[in-house]
Ligand binder design. Structure first.
Ligand SMILES: Cc1cc2nc3c(=O)[nH]c(=O)nc-3n(C[C@H](O)[C@H](O)[C@H](O)COP(=O)(O)OP(=O)(O)OC[C@H]3O[C@@H](n4cnc5c(N)ncnc54)[C@H](O)[C@@H]3O)c2cc1C
Length: 430
């Protein structure tokens, strides 16, 4: 490692240093600054929160309108670990915290809460301003390249070859998901140096390429509500209901991001075998398969001239109805009454079981989150403090914590950031 100099003017009192200016780091810095002096946040980019800034094209899913214990349950076997952070800073606290910056959480036609697209790009700036207003100093373009340890304590961080003495450090520098957006796994390096375990990192919340090449004919079509059953080598694995979006390469959207880690696991070639993973899509989930034929008959009785396209308009996106004419060779304009027995059977089968074969996940650079990170067993859930190094804390996505798609990961980053900031400040003033 290159030699380092001491900071020219050591602070009167050693600062609490936060590494990373994403939602976790900014919240940690603001909270700590509200409880004690001398907080410095280092972010390696000219504008902190690069990931947040890059997510400006649509609404940002920030949380879900559920009580803390239900939010915690969605983290599966990490429920007990995340609950104290959610109790300390749950959805209501987050809503108030953002409202104080002029940011409103709005329902997105469901229980998910979003920041609308015209405000979302400004979120990192407002988080930064709030942290500064509380008294934190934000140092931009300041990459922490190393952490110095002595006698089982963090003693300093190294930034641009300068060694800054610290009273404690909060590691909030994200994961390796979508590395072009800022976080590149530095937090894992620091954690390992502190003696922490970093569990295996696997892509999660990522689009899936399909064998079927519908490409442009389906791209951007969306099922707001469909049911899927996923099979592996024809064996049913799990089913779920939600939204699905077609892209030029395959599929993404709610259901895909929620289950992609599991599907990647099924595709795994560890046993050397090729596994065939299929999505079976039920495009009309509210009508049972056994009742569909009767439903068709009733519709024709009500509108004898109704075409196949008009009949399916409310259930199947327009572009997919066009694909239908290729797959089942029934044109949208054909009157339902003119369908042959075989055509009708085929159509019924297709709407209840449109299947796609998964080829592979999209590249790592497109992952929205990862499975794995700093092992939570080695962190105290009541404070976010390391069980190995007394003045070291962790917050946000650097941890081995992954919630479902739809705002859970932002909520987790804010909640763990708050708890880490509060605990570091309390330890300092005690
Ligand atoms: C395309 C996309 C869409 C997403 N949409 C959603 C969504 O709608 N809802 C949701 O809940 N989650 C979403 N996520 C996930 C969400 O962005 C993350 O969970 C969240 O940003 C994690 O916050 P964090 O503060 O832990 O880390 P980050 O936001 O990654 O911030 C880490 C910060 O640390 C800085 N840093 C890294 N290394 C160093 C270093 N050595 N020195 C100094 N600074 C450093 C980085 O510059 C960065 O500013 C999405 C992710 C992607 C990629």
């Amino acid at each position: 490692m290159a030699s380092t100099r001491k900071a020219k003017k050591p602070e009167k009192k050693r600062p609490v240093v936060v590494i990373g200016g994403g939602p976790a780091g900014m919240t940690a810095a603001q909270t700590a600054a509200e409880h004690c002096d001398n907080i410095i946040l280092f972010d390696k980019n000219p504008e902190p929160g690069k990931k947040l800034r890059s997510l400006s094209s649509g609404p940002l899913f920030i949380s879900e309108n559920l009580p803390d214990d239900k939010l915690a349950r969605a983290f599966g076997d990490k429920e007990k670990f995340i609950l104290p952070a959610l109790n300390a800073f749950g959805l209501e606290d987050l809503s108030r915290h953002l409202a104080a910056m002029g940011i409103k959480l709005t329902p997105n036609g469901s229980s998910h809460l979003v920041v609308v697209p015209d405000v979302a790009p400004d979120l990192p700036t407002r988080l930064g301003r709030a942290a500064e207003a509380a008294g934190a100093v934000i140092r931009k373009s300041s990459k922490v390249s190393d952490i110095v340890f002595g006698k089982n304590l963090v003693t300093a961080v190294v930034v641009n070859s300068v060694e800054y003495p610290v009273s404690s450090v909060i590691i909030a520098c994200g994961s390796v998901a979508s590395p072009a957006r800022g976080a590149t796994g530095d937090g894992y390096q620091f954690a390992r140096k502190a003696g922490h375990t970093v569990t295996q990192i696997l892509p999660a919340m990522v689009g899936l390429e399909t064998m079927e090449r519908y490409g442009k004919s389906l791209a951007e079509s969306e099922f707001p509500d469909c049911k899927i059953q996923v099979t592996c080598d024809d064996e049913p694995q799990f089913s779920d209901r939600g939204s699905l979006k077609f892209t030029s390469y395959g599929i993404e959207g709610d259901l895909v991001f929620t289950h992609s880690a599991r599907i990647i696991g099924l595709l795994g070639r560890e046993d050397g075998k090729q596994h065939r993973v299929e999505f079976h899509i039920d495009m009309m989930p509210d009508i049972k398969k056994k009742d569909l034929d009767t439903w068709f008959t009733q519709q024709v009785a009500n509108s004898p001239k109704i075409t196949v396209g008009a009949l399916l308009r409310d259930y199947i996106p327009e572009r997919l109805r066009a694909v239908m004419s290729k797959v089942v060779r029934i044109h949208s304009d054909k009157p339902v009454a003119n369908l042959s027995y075989l055509e009708r059977k085929l159509l019924l089968m297709w709407v209840k079981d449109f299947h796609l074969t998964i080829r592979r996940p999209r590249p790592f650079n497109e992952t929205r989150a990862v499975l794995g990170g700093v092992a939570t067993e080695e962190i105290d859930p009541e404070t976010m403090r390391s069980k190995k190094v007394r003045n070291l804390y962790f917050a946000g996505e650097v941890l081995d914590l992954l919630g479902p798609w739809g705002g859970y990961n932002f909520q987790m980053a804010f909640s763990t950031g708050y708890l880490a900031g509060l605990s570091a400040a309390r330890a300092l003033v005690e």
